[in-house]
Ligand binder design. Structure first.
Ligand SMILES: CC(C)(COP(=O)(O)OP(=O)(O)OC[C@H]1O[C@@H](n2cnc3c(N)ncnc32)[C@H](O)[C@@H]1OP(=O)(O)O)[C@@H](O)C(=O)NCCC(=O)NCCS
Length: 197
C-alpha cells in the first residue's frame, strides 16, 4: 500500500479528467494518482499517467491490477501483478458510525443480527465496517464483471479477527474460487480490502 506526497501533482492527461472539478476533488484525484504511481514503482513499473474508463475505474498498466481510495484524512492505493491476483479492491473510511438513517440502505436484518452478536470494540462500528467492506468488495468485483451491485445485494460476515466473507446471489460465479476480505482499524480509520486470486 502506498500513501502519496501531499504536494502530488497531476500529469497533463490526468489534469484533463478533473479540469472542471472543485479543488477538493482535484486534490484527492491527484493524491490517488500519486499513491498509485508510488505503489506501481514498488513493483518496478516506471511512472505513467493513470487514466480511467468511462465508469471511473482506473486504467492500470497492462499486467497489473489495483485500487485507489480516499477519504478526508487519508488517500492510498494498492497494486498487484495480475499473475498474482485477478483483482483487488481497497477502501478507507473514518472509524465513525454510519450517518443516521442509512443503516437499512446498507444492510439487512440478518446482517444486523450478526453485527449485534459481535464483540464491542472501542471505537469500532461494525455496520460502518460492513459498509467499507462492501465498497472494497465492489471495487474488486466490478472491474472483473462490469456488473453494478447495490449494498443490499451483498452480505458481509465478519469471521476471525481481521477477516470477512462476502455472500451475494448476484456474484456467485465471481465468489467461486479463492477470495479474501481483510480489515484493519488504525489511527481513527478503518481499512478494508478484498482480493480475488
Ligand atoms: C466505486 C465506489 C465504490 C467508490 O467508493 P467511494 O466511496 O466513492 O470512494 P473511494 O475514495 O473509496 O474510491 C474512489 C475510487 O474508486 C475507484 N473506482 C471508481 N469506480 C470504480 C469501479 N467501478 N470499480 C473499481 N474502482 C472504481 C476510483 O479510483 C476512485 O477514485 P478516483 O476517481 O479518484 O480515481 C463508489 O463510488 C460506487 O460507485 N458505489 C456504487 C456501488 C456500490 O457501492 N455498491 C455497493 C457495494 S456492493
Amino acid at each position: 500500500m502506498a500513501q502519496p506526497d501531499v504536494n502530488a501533482s497531476l500529469w497533463p492527461e490526468e489534469e484533463d479528467l478533473v479540469r472542471h472539478a472543485v479543488d477538493k476533488r482535484r486534490q484527492e484525484f491527484a493524491l490517488g494518482r500519486a499513491a498509485a504511481r508510488q505503489a506501481l514503482a514498488g513493483l518496478g513499473v516506471a511512472a505513467i499517467a493513470i487514466l480511467r474508463h468511462e465508469d471511473r475505474r482506473p486504467i492500470w498498466p497492462q499486467g497489473f491490477v489495483g485500487s485507489i481510495t480516499h477519504c478526508d484524512s487519508f488517500c492510498g492505493a494498492v497494486v498487484a501483478r495480475e499473475s498474482d491476483m485477478r483483482s483487488i479492491g481497497f477502501d478507507a473510511e473514518p472509524a465513525k458510525p454510519l450517518p443516521e438513517g442509512v443503516d437499512r440502505i446498507i444492510y439487512g436484518e440478518e446482517e444486523a443480527a450478526h453485527f449485534s452478536a459481535l464483540p464491542a470494540w472501542t471505537g469500532l462500528s461494525w455496520p460502518k465496517l460492513a459498509f467499507s467492506a462492501k465498497e472494497a468488495f465492489y471495487k474488486c468485483f466490478y472491474p472483473v464483471t462490469q456488473t453494478r451491485l447495490g449494498f443490499r445485494d451483498v452480505r458481509v460476515h465478519f469471521t476471525a479477527d481481521g477477516a470477512f466473507e462476502i455472500a451475494s446471489d448476484e456474484a456467485t460465479a465471481f465468489l467461486n474460487g479463492t477470495v479474501q476480505g481483510r480489515w484493519l482499524m488504525r489511527d481513527g480509520l478503518m481499512f478494508t480490502s478484498f482480493v480475488k486470486i
